[in-house]
Structures are given as structure tokens and as C-alpha cells.
Design a protein around this ligand. Structure first.
Ligand SMILES: Cc1cc2nc3c(=O)[nH]c(=O)nc-3n(C[C@H](O)[C@H](O)[C@H](O)COP(=O)(O)OP(=O)(O)OC[C@H]3O[C@@H](n4cnc5c(N)ncnc54)[C@H](O)[C@@H]3O)c2cc1C
Ligand code: SF4
Length: 445
């Protein structure tokens, strides 16, 4: 059982759910069927091992559960809050055949909170006696690779262009879904392992790579994610049209220059980031928020829970529609013109497959437009690494061992898979660490 979503907390940018109490945690763990070869554990990309930590909670070993999570997944607190569990561990839960699945995310949060508030021993720093490894980006992939290698005594430096660690979850995910405490706890656990993080350190030209080589770094892990928000040319150069990255990051930093209160906001996009933007606008006091998507409501790529959240927040879904034009005045968009669409080939949700339906034109007056139609890798990355092989959306091409075409240069997370989940990025970081360890050991570093 999950605790209900609290609308008033969202409006105050506080955690949208109360954590499970001690009694509720034990009761939920007691529902576990203690499967042999637990399918939930197999379904967790990062190997967090819910089968084990739920058993530990069931037998009242709460600290043991917290330790299992932290040892297996350096972003265990973050993942407990943001993992799309319905598609991962909970989807495979055997209890699902009988009733609701076990609330694995809730139990993971229960255990990490228990560890935090009951003096779980700190991580011990690695000895830093092995080779120097540079990691570009302090997001889930970078932090997880850093932690695994630090545990094995490598000298790890993470170069992060922002002034904070945590990647996209720290930069954009609204506080009501992911609180700063959870992020801080996980990041501190990584730093306790002896990982050095340099903030405001953008690796953005060939000279930076030369310097890393001259400074004795033996391997590099690229974990720089997706930082370039895709644009709709129609909306270019209007001051009241923002990308979701700009909108969400400015809200998180308290630097939003545009007043949302009592305004009409249109968010263009149907994925998780679009829903986060719409809910954030509503929480900031927008009068009306539209979510405009090519997909119908049942086809939205956003996770089910996020769609439920948007419904609770009274977001107006303008589904199966395409924006075809704008009206403007004084360099601002004042209305969006659109038309309904249907798919030429059913089941193919790409924009090029959407066809306009005759006589369905509409117009929406708007004050602010937020675009959330996708993200790509920053343009400069292939120039930073001369000869680096890249593919669609500028993503880095890496093999199953996370190795790029340049010896000693590895890559993982969103920068490779084009955007997925935090837990997948954590798994890439862990697996890449194994390969970097192998590479350095073979070359005697
Ligand atoms: C709004 C939003 C909501 C999301 N919601 C969820 C969710 O609910 N659940 C979920 O699992 N996932 C969610 N995701 C996706 C998840 O955040 C990503 O899949 C995950 O963060 C990818 O991790 P990463 O380490 O590969 O990259 P990122 O998290 O993008 O981290 C990359 C880091 O590299 C830094 N960097 C970039 N370029 C450079 C450079 N040149 N030099 C130095 N540093 C650099 C960046 O500043 C950043 O800190 C969401 C994403 C967004 C944007
Ligand atoms: S990390 Fe995420 S996917 Fe893995 S067990 Fe925990 S909640 Fe489930």
C-alpha cells in the first residue's frame, strides 16, 4: 500500500507523500512472499536487491536493509523517490498475482530514512592508491562510477559544470517529487568514499582533455547526460517561451524571472518532463495549465503516477493535438493555434506520423509557453574528444562494456542511451567501473 499523494504538499513544494511509519513499513514487508530467486531483484537495473532488503525489514534488521541499499546503489534514497517502479521492480513482484504489488519504493525509502536517522556507520574512504580516473558529470551515472572505483582505491575526480552534484535530478526534478535531503544524503555518502568533486568545472574543449592527460588521468568516464533542450522553431526568440530545462532549473534555484501566478501556461510535450513542468507551473499558482501533446491521454509517454499527479493538479490535457502557429504582440506569444491529429500508421508515435484532422482548428490564449519535446547531447562534446564516435541526438556510441572508440575513454547514462532513468544511469556507472578497473589493471595502473 502506498500513502496517498498530498496536493497541499505539492503546492508548498514539499514531499508529496508521507514516508511509511515504522508499523506501516513492517506491515508492508510482512506481505512479501520471500520468493526464491526474487524477480523484483532481477528487475532492478542497478542491482539494489529489494528481495534482500525487504527480507531484512521483515526480520526487523532495519540498519541491515539501509546498508544493503547503500552498498548496492549509491543513489538509493533518490531512486526510492523517483524510480518508475510500476515498470521495474514492482512490475515483477509475485504478490501482484494475488493483490497489489509490495510497495518497494516506499520500503526503500523507509530503510534509507531509518539509516539516516539512526546513525548508520559512515562509508569508509578508499585508499586512493590506484590510478587517477576522471569523470565528467556528477549525475547518477558519474556518481555511481565514482563510488565503485573509489571503493576499489582509485583516485577519482569528478568534474561538474554546475555548482551542485546530482545531475538532472538535482537540477530539474521538482522538490515535491525529490527532496533535497534525499539527494544530499546520497551525495555525502559518495563523498565519504573519498571522491573529489570539482564544481563549476566544465570540460568543454580539447585543451581540457590534454590537461587531464598531462595531469596523469589514466581513464575518463563521460557521464555528461543530455543538456540541450530541443526547440520548436515556431517559438524561437519569444521572451515568454522557455525550455523545460530553463523553467525547472530556474524554479529550483529560486531564479525564475517570469511571474506564473494567475497566468495561463501551455506546456508542449507528453513525457515525464512535460508533466513535471505542468505540475510545477500549477504549484506556482498558474490559473490554468495546458499539457499539449501529439499523443492521446492513454498514449502519453509519461509514467502513470505522473499522469495521476497531473490529474490531481487539474492540468488540462489537450491531447492528440499539434501546435501549428502562434499569435504574438510586443515580442511575446499571446496565443497558440493548433489542430487535432491522428496517427497515419497506428502505434507509431513519431511526430512525422501525425496527420492533421480537418475542421478541428483551435486557439488557446497563453501567457507563458514551456517546451518539453526532448533533449540531446550538447553540441560541443564531439569537438572535446577528437574522433569520438557519436550517433542520433549526438549520443556517444559505446559498446556493451561502455567503451567508446577511443581507448581509455568510457561513457554511460543518458549521454549513451539518449535519456532513460536515474536507476539505469546508476547501473551504467557501476558496470563501467568494472570495465575501467579491468582496463587499468591490465595496463598495470
Ligand atoms: C525533469 C526531469 C524529470 C525526470 N524524472 C525522472 C524520474 O522521475 N525518474 C527517473 O528515474 N528519471 C527521471 N529523469 C531522468 C533522469 O534524471 C536521467 O535519466 C538521469 O539523471 C541520467 O543520469 P546521467 O548521470 O546520465 O546524466 P545527468 O543526470 O544529466 O547528469 C549529467 C551531469 O553532467 C554535467 N555536465 C554536462 N556537461 C558537462 C561538461 N561538459 N563538463 C562537466 N560536467 C558536465 C551536468 O551538469 C550534470 O550534472 C528525469 C529527467 C528530467 C530532466
Ligand atoms: S532502485 Fe528503483 S528499480 Fe531498483 S529496487 Fe529500488 S525502487 Fe526498484
Amino acid at each position: 500500500m502506498k500513502n496517498p499523494i498530498l496536493k497541499e504538499n505539492i503546492e508548498r513544494f514539499e514531499s508529496m507523500r508521507h514516508p511509511l511509519s515504522l508499523q506501516a513499513g513492517i506491515k508492508e514487508a510482512n506481505r512479501c512472499l520471500l520468493c526464491y530467486d526474487a524477480p523484483c531483484s532481477k528487475a532492478c537495473p542497478a542491482g539494489t536487491d529489494p528481495g534482500k532488503f525487504i527480507r531484512q525489514i521483515k526480520f526487523l534488521n532495519f540498519k541491515g536493509a539501509a546498508r544493503t541499499i547503500r552498498n548496492n546503489n549509491v543513489l538509493g534514497s533518490v531512486c526510492a523517490l523517483i524510480c518508475p517502479v510500476e515498470k521495474l521492480c514492482e512490475e515483477q513482484c509475485s504478490a501482484l498475482a494475488l493483490e497489489d504489488p509490495i510497495n518497494i519504493g516506499g520500503l526503500q525509502r523507509f530503510a534509507t530514512e531509518y539509516g539516516k536517522h539512526n546513525n548508520l556507520e559512515k562509508n569508509q574512504p578508499g585508499k586512493r592508491t590506484k590510478a587517477k580516473v576522471a569523470i565528467i558529470g556528477a549525475g547518477p551515472a558519474g556518481l555511481s562510477c565514482a563510488a565503485e572505483l573509489a571503493k576499489r582505491d582509485y583516485q577519482i575526480t569528478v568534474f561538474e559544470k554546475e555548482q551542485k552534484a546530482g545531475g538532472m535530478p538535482a537540477i530539474t526534478i521538482p522538490e515535491f517529487r525529490l527532496n533535497q535531503d534525499a539527494l544530499n544524503y546520497d551525495i555525502q555518502n559518495v563523498m565519504d568514499l573519498g571522491v573529489e568533486i570539482q564544481f563549476g568545472a566544465s570540460i568543454s574543449c580539447k585543451e581540457h582533455i590534454e590537461k587531464l592527460k598531462n595531469d596523469g588521468f589514466e581513464a575518463i568516464f563521460i557521464a555528461s547526460g543530455l543538456t540541450k533542450a530541443l526547440k520548436l522553431p515556431l517559438l524561437n526568440n519569444y521572451q515568454n517561451a522557455l525550455s523545460y530545462i530553463q523553467f525547472l532549473s530556474e524554479v529550483k534555484n529560486g531564479q525564475l524571472n517570469i511571474d506564473v501566478e494567475n497566468k495561463t501556461v501551455a506546456v508542449i510535450g507528453g513525457g515525464s518532463v512535460a508533466v513535471d513542468s505542468a505540475n510545477t507551473a500549477k504549484a506556482l499558482g498558474a490559473k490554468k495549465v495546458y499539457l499539449i501533446s501529439l499523443e492521446s491521454l492513454s498514449e502519453l509517454p509519461a509514467d502513470d503516477e505522473e499522469v495521476r499527479l497531473a490529474q490531481i493538479m487539474n492540468i488540462v490535457f489537450k491531447s492528440s493535438t499539434q501546435i501549428t502557429g502562434i499569435e504574438n504582440a510586443n515580442n511575446e506569444i499571446i496565443a497558440l493555434a493548433g489542430q487535432e491529429v491522428e496517427w497515419e500508421t497506428p502505434g507509431n508515435y513519431s511526430p512525422s506520423n501525425a496527420v492533421l484532422v480537418n475542421h478541428t482548428q483551435f486557439k488557446i490564449p497563453v501567457d507563458i509557453v514551456v517546451t518539453a519535446i526532448g533533449t540531446a547531447v550538447a553540441d560541443e562534446l564531439p569537438k572535446v574528444f577528437e574522433g569520438l564516435q557519436t550517433g542520433a541526438k549526438n549520443c556517444v556510441v559505446a559498446n556493451n562494456q561502455f567503451q567508446t572508440n577511443i581507448p581509455g575513454v568510457y561513457a554511460g547514462g543518458d549521454v549513451v542511451n539518449g535519456g532513460a532513468t536515474a536507476v539505469e544511469a546508476v547501473s551504467h556507472g557501476k558496470e563501467a567501473a568494472d570495465e575501467i578497473d579491468r582496463f587499468c589493471s591490465i595496463s598495470g595502473k
